[in-house]
Design a protein around this ligand. Structure first.
Ligand code: GDD
Ligand code: MG
Length: 338
């Protein structure tokens, strides 16, 4: 507290994860495993390391999945509570709804629940304070900004914010981690769906609020598509991306590294099988002779038959892939609908 940095946070985990179906029919996007652990654990560990002591998970779609896993947060060294939206309130509505559960009175850190980022959260906090901002956004540059919130800037001050536009004026985007002063949260309309990107940011800018941008070039990825989800696992395994939760997992000695992939120690891998390109082989998996696994995630107790070849593919826990089967960019064993 001496630094005056925020100690309270909200994690937005209520989206439908539409682009990740069928993986998200039964598991909300933030609970999908990335490098062997539910994605939300990566973000909770990041928040804790930056001095956050309490976090509210803003849940809606499949809300019931989170509490049994995270409980009151004791196991994760942080106080966790749950705001449940009966119907999705949008990102702004979710923030307003969740803020009521926080005890702290200072600025609040808000995370999109699907961003793997190595940015220095404490440096963003320091800019928020030293710059006397109402809101401070983490920003990053991408080659194609059309699928994101795009900003125009003057120094570190944000002049405009446009969510998902066809001809973006810059390549600098909203990276999905904000610091909000309480007064900003109090200004969000209650009890209806509100988008922070389409409504709150433009309204704040029009009203003269001071919105700053913390722009950096550290590792950043939105895990919202199947390709990105596999990329995140592979980048963590290779060390291109960093995560405290992943480092802690490695210290548990449950996995070994095989040609740039991570393989559970209790998985049975026949010697002639090939595993490569940042694959994740979970506990009790069996991979038969001559099978090849490239950049794929194989769920717990699944069995991959002899000679099968799986490329950038997801295999659900307990699923059996027949011998000789060849697949690329596929999903096996996931529910077809809710
Ligand atoms: N609780 C709650 N309620 N959470 C929600 C809701 C809701 O109604 N709608 C979305 N979320 C959560 C999602 O679960 C996700 O973690 C986060 O809010 C952002 O939603 P996405 O659906 O992933 O949005 P996006 O990726 O298209 O765009 C957002 O992220 C980009 C960076 O990855 C925007 O914030 C963009 O401006 C940004 O550039
Ligand atoms: Mg997203």
């Amino acid at each position: 507290m001496q630094s005056g940095r925020p100690t309270s946070a909200i994690l937005l985990v209520g989206g439908f994860g539409t682009r990740l179906q069928p993986l998200t029919f039964s598991t909300p996007k933030p609970m999908l495993p990335v490098a062997g652990i539910p994605f939300t654990e990566h973000q909770i560990a990041k928040a804790r390391a930056a001095g956050i002591t309490e976090i509210v998970l803003a849940t809606s779609y499949l809300a019931e999945v989170f509490a049994p896993h995270f409980g009151d947060g004791e196991r994760f060294g942080i106080k966790i509570s749950y705001a449940v939206e009966k119907s999705a309130l949008g990102t702004g509505g979710a923030i307003a709804n969740a803020a009521g559960l926080l005890r702290g009175t200072g600025p609040i850190v808000i995370f999109n629940g699907d961003v793997l980022s190595s940015h220095e959260l404490q440096a963003q906090m320091d800019l928020h304070r030293s710059g006397g901002a109402d809101v401070t956004l983490h920003l990053t540059s991408v080659p194609d900004a059309r699928a994101f919130g795009v900003v125009e800037m003057d120094g570190s001050r944000i002049l405009s914010f446009n969510e998902k536009m066809e001809n973006p004026p810059t390549k600098i985007i909203n990276a999905g981690c904000y610091i909000f002063n309480r007064s900003v949260i109090d200004s969000i309309p209650r009890d209806r769906a509100v988008s922070v990107e389409r409504e709150v940011f433009p309204a704040l800018l029009a009203g003269g609020s001071k919105i700053l941008g913390y722009l950096d070039s550290s590792y950043w990825l939105d895990i919202g598509t199947p390709a990105a989800l596999l990329q995140a696992t592979s980048d963590l395994i290779s060390g291109r991306a960093q995560s405290i939760a992943f480092t802690e997992l490695l210290h548990q000695d449950l996995y070994t590294r095989i040609s740039g992939s991570l393989v559970a120690l209790d998985a049975q891998i026949e010697p002639s099988a090939i595993i490569q390109d940042g694959s994740l082989i979970a506990s009790k998996v069996r991979i038969e002779n001559g099978a090849t696994i490239v950049g794929s995630v194989i769920g717990q107790s699944a069995r991959i038959g002899p000679g099968a070849r799986l490329i950038h593919t997801f295999v659900a826990p307990h699923c059996e892939i027949p011998g000789g089967f060849i697949a690329e960019n596929q999903f096996f064993g996931y529910l077809e609908e809710k």
